[in-house]
Design a protein around this ligand. Sequence first.
Ligand SMILES: Nc1ncnc2c1ncn2[C@@H]1O[C@H](COP(=O)(O)OP(=O)(O)OP(=O)(O)O)[C@@H](O)[C@H]1O
Length: 778
Amino acid sequence: MGYSVTSSSAVSAHTAASVIVAVVEGRGLARGEVGMASIDLKNPEVILSQFSDNTTYAKVITKLKILTPLEIIMSNTACDAGNTTKLFSLITEHFKNVTFTTVQRKYFNETKGLEYIEQLCASEFSTIFMEVQSKYYCLAAAAALLKYVEFIQNSVYAPKSLKVRFQGSEKTAMIDSSSAQNLELVINNRDSRNGHTLFGVLNYTKTPGGSRRLRSSILEPLVDAETINTRLDCVQELLQDEELFFGLQAVISKFLDTEQLLSVLVQIPKQDTVKTAESKITNLIYLKHTLELVEPLKAALRSCTTPLLKAYYNSLEDTRYLSGLETLMLRRCTKGCLSMRTQKCYAVKPNINEFLDIARRTYTEIVDDIAGMIAQLAEKYNLPMKTSFSSARGFFIQTNVDCSTLPNGQLPSEFTKITKMKNTYSFTSADLMKMNERCQESLREIYHMTYLIVCKLLNEIYEHIHCLYKLSDIVSMLDMLLSFAHACTLSDYVRPEFTDTLAIKQGWHPILEKIAVEKPVPNHTYSTEGNNFVIITGPNMSGKSTYLKQIALCQIMAQIGSYVPAEYCSFRIAEQIFTRIGEMKEITYIIQNANDKSLVIIDELGRGTSAEEGIGICYAACEYLLNLKAFTLFATHFLELCHIDALYPNVENYHFEVQHVRSSAGNKEKVAYTYALSKGYTEEKNYGLKAAEVSSLPSSVIVDAKEITNHIANQILHRQKSTPEMMRQRAVYHLAMRLVQTARNSRLDPDSLRIYLKGLKKKYEASCPAPEQNDEQQ
Ligand SMILES: Nc1ncnc2c1ncn2[C@@H]1O[C@H](COP(=O)(O)OP(=O)(O)OP(=O)(O)O)[C@@H](O)[C@H]1O
């Protein structure tokens, strides 16, 4: 694999994966302690993290999914012949399309990692040193990563040029990868191209850095209300001040990929070749272009009033990074390879180096001579001739004469390498080729001398490299905030508040709004500490899933500093957001990870199981979550569950209303969906059967289904004869047994389930009559 630093790399597409990650896990007693180090080839920022992960390695997988790596590096000991670690298998299973490389364990060396960081981290970011000093695994990963990247890039990083950051998980909300997928945050499950995702809804960014920032913000929302509010203040100001909005947008859209530019600037090629010299010069020209935008950016920000924008304005006042750049004289290239070449030639001002000036004069003379020679040839043969240039051929001649009118019906024999495109002939001559040679030679000399000056200049730039990091940070953040404001102008979003309550007045689903012809039906949401468990019922297709996702999406929008699709909204900051749909086995993950500050959204849990078992599973999950202060929203088809509101004061029932209308054609009843949420549980009974009746299912199947439904209904009725407390205890114990069975039959992680179930068992054993089944079976 290679990563070529070419002139176009600074502006190339930003969508392709470009992150390399090294992952290492502790051995023996330290198994489960994971260190990670990553670097984006388009952004010279090393991110280190270290954490303990349980046997499901959900944190590692989530982090890797957020990074969307191009390549993952692990130690060869993770997959020694026939002895693959669980982490290794999980990663290879989850990232099938990612290049996987193993390197010898010795490269995962924490001492080397620390040395690397000391050597490469720009001094302004050196507090990292204190943070990671005793975090051996992330240091080990850093060593392997940096060594590997330098190897594949055939370059070394300039001393004190990198930004290195330790990323603890505490500063952002955790959204595991299944939840991110369910909610279609950045990838649409059905169609990866159409942009019907939250990212698609909010992405009006103008720079690659802005769109990368938006993507990572959506996947890792903030948890600090103050920081979120500073962002919201900016969005508000941008919305209120049109001039500021358009002024800033105009400047921001002129920026190239600043992060990628930085990334090529900080790499020093191991060998100096003409190509590396040329690309350094090109990138410096891009840098000059970037820095020339600082003044207009400041001008656009001058009148702003919110603290964050003001802070950005002030930090742009820092002109240290402009030092030395006056040596460069030219503006950014216009299109065309000749002008780019000329520009590289004249990148350094005259009178800085007299040999360079001489070499440039020679070059100009040769170019003039070429033009003169071609003019003479045109005269000699009485043909219209034009001097042309391409990077492959150098200077050549073009004519669009009709050859049949020429003597012998062809171009004079002096001309060689003739090609024809439509009516134009391109060719050269032996003399012209010689002159091209001379031209190349003098260019090489010019580039070499320019390169030496550029290198000196770069050394000065490295000293203030943090200013460039700051600039690229400011640009990407402003781009994202502008994008939020832009999204608001297209729909009536509202500024969120942060309190202890989740209250959304007339909120709607932002992605559905984008897809649907008509605006979605808005609905309210309300959850507080004393009212933190909401059960939602309603027939199929009545809007339950949409509503649940809408709440999570609104919560995420609020926590990244965006306005929200609602008339009014207040959120309690969520430290984790879980959404689970259908699958029973996934509930274990929530049970292991949820805390009082989580937002938990569960849709149709137990869908794939029998009704009895499904109710059991749901009940057990509710039982656990009811004891947390997390805000839980639970959609279910098992109406029996709605009755737990009698046992728990913090449960609220809501349902989606439907209307029954008779079709004009016959006496068949049709369901009309209102998508309106109402208090209480749905009155609709056996709506699955009703839907089946109007479908094309054979009547014998429906008769069977009705019989089974009656049977289950009778069973439930029978249970209700007990007192509510007895019923609850029995149900819980009963389910505990069921859960174990299900765990055995499925791919659930039995260890974690067993721990949970043992807790349940202890709790209820004393008061519950002994079951028929022998509980030792587990
Ligand atoms: N608030 C709304 N406004 C307008 N249309 C909506 C709304 N909510 C849902 N819909 C439409 O109804 C369809 C079905 O909604 P959804 O999948 O949320 O129903 P559901 O109750 O979860 O169904 P099921 O129980 O079968 O999973 C959606 O695809 C969407 O087009």
